[in-house]
Design a protein around this ligand. Structure first.
Ligand code: FE2
Length: 292
């Protein structure tokens, strides 16, 4: 039996049933999910009770896992999860919520800005897969914005203006917008900006989308203030409520999305209580533009 997918938002997002992702997938199941991702860009799976190993195995059905190095400030000895898993919880190694002044916690608040995962890497991520292990009692929805719909509804003159623009992305830009400016020399090297096209074309469907992210902090050849005003304007357009799906988590939900066509953000929640969310990331296959 192949999985079935039901669209649950007027513009995008499919809910998948008839599949157990804890088991190895058949080629037909992989093809059905890939096709669903190309069409809906966000897929929701309920009641998927999986281990980290099973989440990584399911993710590898769609490509190799991204190397997480260079994506955060957590020291190796402070990591809670094994290699291959991205920890997007609010927890330390002791399983307790991080202290209010924890630099890791403050850095992770950047996940509440609209972004596309790993847009700060020269080869940015393809898919992200997020599994809910402990759901916070208050808030903590994840919101998704369809960047294809955002592109389609731009004025023709704006499309012409932005068609060939190249943005500069860095974790220092997204965190800088929160007032975090205290990056060490090593971090400044690790987080040096990369270049990304502002308009992407999906390799399978050929649909164009806006490639925005809070990591974008400049546009090549444009004064910074002018670039940031343009990026803010485009982001405001792209995140209108009609283009946004808000996912309210249940324990053992797994949501996967295509970072090439989506932005997302977490919403605020009660940080005195745990929120254990674990992400795997499928690596992209190519840069969007040559680096310098
Ligand atoms: Fe993210």
């Amino acid at each position: 039996m192949s999985p079935s997918i039901r669209q649950i938002h007027p513009v995008f997002v499919g809910e998948v049933s008839g599949i157990d992702i804890a088991k190895p997938l058949t080629p037909d199941e992989v093809a059905a999910i890939d096709a669903g991702m190309d069409r809906y860009a966000v897929l929701v799976f309920h009641d998927q009770k999986i281990t980290d190993e099973q989440q990584m195995a399911f993710s590898r059905s769609f490509g190799s896992l991204e190397d997480a190095r260079g994506g955060n400030i957590t020291k190796p000895e402070d990591k809670r999860l094994s290699t291959g898993m991205n920890d997007v919880s609010n927890l330390g190694r002791d399983g307790q919520p991080l202290a209010r002044e924890s630099r890791v916690r403050l850095f992770n608040l950047g996940n509440m800005l609209w972004h596309s995962d790993s847009s700060f890497r020269a080869i940015p991520a393809k898919y992200s897969l997020l599994s809910a292990r402990v759901v916070n009692p208050t808030g903590g929805n994840t919101e998704f914005a369809d960047m294809r719909a955002a592109y389609d509804t731009l004025e023709a003159s704006t499309k012409r203006q932005i068609e060939d623009l190249i943005c500069e992305h860095s974790l220092m830009y997204s965190r800088g917008s929160l007032g975090m400016l205290d990056f060490s020399d090593d971090e400044q090297v690790m987080f040096r900006p990369v270049r990304q096209r502002l308009v992407r074309t999906h390799p399978v469907t050929g649909r164009k989308s806006l490639y925005l992210s809070s990591h974008a902090g400049g546009i090549v050849g444009m004064p910074m203030a002018e670039a940031r005003i343009l990026l803010k304007d485009l982001t405001e357009h792209a995140t209108q409520p009609k283009f946004v799906y808000s996912h309210q988590w249940r324990v053992w939900d797994l949501v996967m999305w295509d970072n090439r066509q989506m932005m997302h953000r977490a919403r605020r929640y009660d940080e005195s209580q745990p929120r254990d969310m674990r992400r795997t990331t499928v690596a992209g296959s190519a840069a969007t533009v040559a680096q310098v």
